[in-house]
Design a protein. Structure first.
Length: 175
């Protein structure tokens, strides 16, 4: 039996989402800010896919909240950054505890340690990009009910190794 309707067939993530998938979008002074909340897998996948909308060379800042170590780099090729994020997707969404920010003079994408996504930009283009990814704009969102302090994140050797490899590949240095 086939069901037909006006709406296109939903993807797997829509069928199994938590019900919290959405974003807020506000103008704050001279920039726009979006806060995306969804399950960990969806957020990390979105972070990776949204990177393709940044310019060919970007800056990267990383903080491992478990150790307090920070790294940064400027003018890094976007394909290299996307590759590094792709290789870290599974440990990132499994363990959290890493703040990963990729930015240009116009846009900034940030994945926080609690696996929430923030977008800051000078234009409202991200509203349409996020809607195109199947997210619903909402007035407010319930954020994660669990928020760990820096010292509460459990050890994550798999993530630490993936992070070390990414930092080496991207040539990031301590500030």
């Amino acid at each position: 039996m086939f069901f037909r309707g006006k709406s296109p067939e939903g993807s797997v993530w829509r069928r199994f989402r938590s019900g919290l998938d959405g974003f807020t979008f506000v103008k704050e002074g001279d920039h726009y800010a979006a806060h995306v909340v969804a399950n960990a897998e969806r957020v990390v996948d979105l972070f990776h896919s949204l990177l393709e909308h940044l310019p060919p060379a970007v800056s990267v800042a990383v903080e491992d909240v478990r150790t307090g170590e920070k790294w940064e780099g400027r003018d890094i090729a976007l394909p290299d950054v996307r590759d590094a994020v792709a290789r870290m997707k599974v440990p990132l969404r499994t363990y959290g505890g890493v703040e990963l920010t990729v930015f240009s003079p116009e846009d900034q994408l940030a994945l926080n340690p609690h696996i929430e996504l923030f977008v800051y930009a000078r234009t409202d283009q991200w509203l349409y990009i996020l809607q195109g990814k199947g997210l619903q704009e909402q007035r407010s969102l319930r954020t994660r009910s669990w928020k760990l302090r820096r010292d509460e994140f459990p050890a994550a050797p798999e993530l630490s190794e993936a992070l070390r490899v990414a930092i080496d590949r991207l040539g990031l240095a301590r500030p």
